[in-house]
Ligand binder design. Structure first.
Ligand code: SF4
Ligand code: SF4
Length: 362
């Protein structure tokens, strides 16, 4: 379905943007990757968003800080915009590209887990923003969609700090829910035209899905995407945490879907990340024998023949667990298995290695 039809179905652009307002669009620009990788929001969605909402808004700015391995600076933004097709899309649609790399620390006493966040300025200065996320798998959070995409409003090198303190899926999910409560998007549109399965969010496999999904509530959208991907709600860390907080909707039964029925958009055989199965095996391990509990693991492992020693993984690592000595070397004792290094390696030189016990029972 084309974006114009989707927005019309939801009541039109003026439902979300008042005439003359300054709005921001927040795509997923994990890193400077060609669009064929399906790691970033496709530029055609940015173009269409700019054309549709530009008829109402006074101005639209693209606001995003790429992943944790990259500084939030002009050089990173220029490269990322160019490689991801955003430069051309912005020119075609009249969207401004943001180069203001300032950010502010915002106090959030209502946060259940996090009481202050660092937020990039264009998100704080706009009247509202539209969240343009991508349907992908994710090593730590199993999937990334509407809610996880909002982590990109935190400046690049501040991100490892959040990973460092939110070391479990549960904590990270709680942090994300606080962040969304602080800066809720007006509208979330998911690029599920070509999504990513397997070991996402960067080194997975593109999968053609052919859908655009939109909601005023990113959590509702993620509940639907999770169902499509075949992730049981009780195994999706974000949805588990949302349920613990009694957030609405509590589950798929509370989400009203219009357009295409859910049964028609399931993705049969959708490949989830290795970490998803590992998490379940760990539960099995804890039941079997405490001694083998830590053997049901998926660890990041450097492929020495591919590693270029670029150092991006080292910058992304929240635990200082990586040194560069001709190639990257991971200190397993320090590693908390957040998979940020895997996410940030643009050379695909980090594999998610399954332990022997994991393989035996899998
Ligand atoms: S593993 Fe990847 S990100 Fe890390 S130094 Fe090697 S090539 Fe760079
Ligand atoms: S080495 Fe471990 S702690 Fe560091 S980024 Fe990779 S997975 Fe995370």
């Amino acid at each position: 379905m084309k974006l114009a039809e989707l927005i019309k179905m939801m009541g039109g652009a003026s439902q979300f943007v008042k005439r003359g307002q300054r709005i921001a669009v927040k795509p997923n620009l994990l890193l400077a990757a060609e669009q064929e990788k399906a790691a970033t929001t496709h530029s055609s969605l940015l173009t269409a968003t700019g054309k549709i909402f530009g008829k109402v808004a006074g101005s639209i700015v693209l606001a995003e800080s790429p992943g944790s391995g990259y500084a939030y600076d002009k050089k990173t933004l220029e490269k990322t915009y160019k490689v991801c097709g955003m430069q051309d899309a912005a020119e075609t649609s009249g969207i401004e590209l943001n180069y203001d790399t300032s950010f502010e620390t915002v106090s959030f006493p209502e946060g259940k887990l996090v009481k202050r966040f660092e937020i990039i300025t264009p998100i704080l200065r706009c009247d509202s923003y539209i969240n343009l996320c991508k349907l992908k798998t994710h090593g730590l959070m199993i999937m990334t969609g509407g809610v996880k995409n909002i982590f990109g409003v935190i400046p690049g090198r501040s991100k490892p700090g959040y990973h460092s303190t939110m070391t479990t899926q549960e904590l990270f999910a709680g942090m994300l829910l606080d962040l969304v409560a602080l800066v809720p998007p007006k509208l979330t549109i998911m690029d599920a035209v070509v999504g990513m399965e397997g070991d996402g969010p960067f080194n997975g496999t593109p999968r053609h899905i052919g859908l655009l999904i939109a909601s005023t509530d990113p959590l509702s959208l993620d509940i639907v995407a999770s169902e499509m991907m075949g992730i049981p709600a009780e195994k999706n860390p974000l949805l588990v945490e949302a349920k613990k907080r009694n957030l609405h909707p509590a589950g798929i039964e509370d989400v009203e879907i219009i357009g295409v029925p859910l049964e028609q958009i399931f993705l049969p055989g959708f490949k989830l990340p290795a970490s998803f199965t590992a998490e379940n095996k760990r539960v099995l391990g804890s039941l079997l024998k405490p001694l083998v509990k830590n053997s049901f693991t998926v660890d990041p492992r450097i492929i020495k023949s591919i590693c270029t020693a670029c150092g991006t993984c080292k910058k992304a690592c929240p635990r200082d667990a990586i040194v560069i000595n001709k190639v990257a070397i991971i200190d397993k004792k320090k590693c908390i298995r957040c998979y940020c290094c895997h996410e940030m390696c643009q050379y695909n030189a980090i594999e998610l290695h399954k332990s022997l016990l994991y393989k035996l029972v899998n």
